[in-house]
Design a protein around this ligand. Structure first.
Ligand code: NAD
Ligand code: UD1
Length: 342
């Protein structure tokens, strides 16, 4: 298949592209590089020895996007492009709504014009807000608590409405839990801007000596050891979920949403211990107050994806830590601005 991957230079898109190329698909990437580097695409080509077509373009550029659809025979779109930092979305709400909603709307309109009606969308466990019951099932109550989460909820609603009211669309939203880890080659991985907000990149930078100690946000939650519990999923399992979903986009007028998680909750202290084991380093930490807006516990019931898609997670938390550690050691400063172009 010819697959248009929006946001393909980013963390999840880049790992998914490897999976798609290895399955024999052709990949066309559209990314404005606002939170990523061209270097990730160069490295994908080194890993796979396959070519990618890359367009540096903002999805809101309707004419540019139309030209790409006009000159390529696109079968399916995987839509990763979007801004994703929860804290930043609170400060720059309008910017988040503008970017995430307008990019998605423009994409959908151009897809309609060119009669491309198969889409996989990157959603998030954040659409569930603070869970009323665990593990989370897809029909659980949804309530975003920040502008980033609102954009995911709104886009999901738009996608559901399109499938309900327009002919022949087949759309699947994948609600990711907490993606971690990196490709086993150590060549691509997560490359946060500045000091990481998310736990595992932060731990990795402490382990490698770039940061002093992990700040554990709260030890008084109603969880087994008092620290926050999340469902951390290896990025390669997440990538595989996309390739698997492609095989299930043949049913027109169907909108589906699936939890993409492991079903296992891991606490902050358990994650620090797992990373110590993977890295062979002592990881100092201090207990601080809770981070505003955090929830105690969040993990998936991933059984719908297993039953309907045949997908389930296979990597362990130890493997995810090992791969995150390899990426961190081999690329202490993430992707450098490359001389190479593609
Ligand atoms: P990322 O920032 O690494 O990748 C997103 C990519 O989209 C970047 O390369 C960025 O340059 C590009 N982009 C943003 N706005 C664009 C626009 N208007 N036009 C063209 N390109 C644009 O993020 P990621 O972690 O790879 O996340 C991918 C998707 O998955 C996002 O939609 C994110 O909200 C969602 N998601 C991520 C997580 C996570 O923890 N990483 C969890 C749940 C959902
Ligand atoms: C965050 C986002 C969520 C996104 C997810 C995956 C928020 C509020 N939510 O979720 O929308 O889908 O990332 O990328 O930002 N922790 C520490 N110390 C740290 C960092 C984190 O103790 O330095 C703790 C947190 O309190 C939490 C756990 O580690 O209990 C995971 O945090 P994080 O990696 O930021 O992910 P989420 O908060 O689950």
């Amino acid at each position: 298949m010819n697959i248009l991957v929006t946001g393909g230079a980013g963390y999840i898109g880049s790992h998914t592209i490897i999976e798609l190329l290895e399955e024999g698909h052709e990949v066309i990437v559209v990314d404005n590089l606002s939170n990523s580097s061209r270097e990730s695409l160069v490295r994908i080509q080194n890993i796979t020895q396959k070519n990618i077509t890359f367009h540096e373009l903002d999805l809101r550029d309707r004419d540019g996007l139309s030209t790409i659809f006009d000159t390529n025979d696109i079968d399916v779109v995987m839509h990763f492009a979007g801004l994703k930092a929860v804290g930043e979305s609170v400060i720059k709400a309008l910017h988040y709504y503008q970017n995430n909603l307008e990019a998605s709307m423009t994409l959908l309109e151009v897809m309609k014009t060119f009669d491309v009606k198969k889409l996989v969308f990157s959603s998030s466990a954040t659409v569930y807000g603070d869970p009323e019951a665990l593990p989370l099932i897809e029909s659980a109550c949804k309530q975003a608590t920040n502008p980033y989460g609102q954009t995911k909820l709104m886009i999901e609603q738009i996608l559901e409405d399109i499938c309900a009211t327009q002919e022949d669309w087949s759309i699947t939203s994948l609600r990711y839990f907490n993606p971690i880890g990196a490709h086993e080659s150590g060549l691509i991985g997560e490359d946060p801007n500045g000091q990481p907000n998310n736990l595992v990149p932060y731990i990795a930078q402490v382990a490698v000596g770039k940061l002093d100690m992990v700040k554990v946000f709260g030890k008084d939650y109603d969880t087994p050891d008092g620290t926050g519990v999340r469902d951390y999923i290896h990025i390669l399992d997440l990538a595989k979920a996309h390739a698997t979903t492609l095989q299930h986009l043949d049913h027109p007028n169907v909108y589906k949403a699936y939890n993409i998680g492991t079903g296992k909750g891991i606490s902050v202290l358990e994650m620090i211990a797992a990373f110590e084991k993977a890295s062979g380093k002592i990881i100092p930490y201090e207990i601080l107050d809770r981070r505003p807006g955090d929830i105690a516990n969040c993990y998936a019931d991933p059984s719908l994806a297993r039953t309907e898609l045949g997908w389930y997670s296979e990597y362990t938390i130890e493997q995810a830590c090992r791969d995150a550690w390899r990426w961190q050691c081999d690329n202490p400063d993430g992707y450098h601005t490359p001389a190479a172009t593609i």
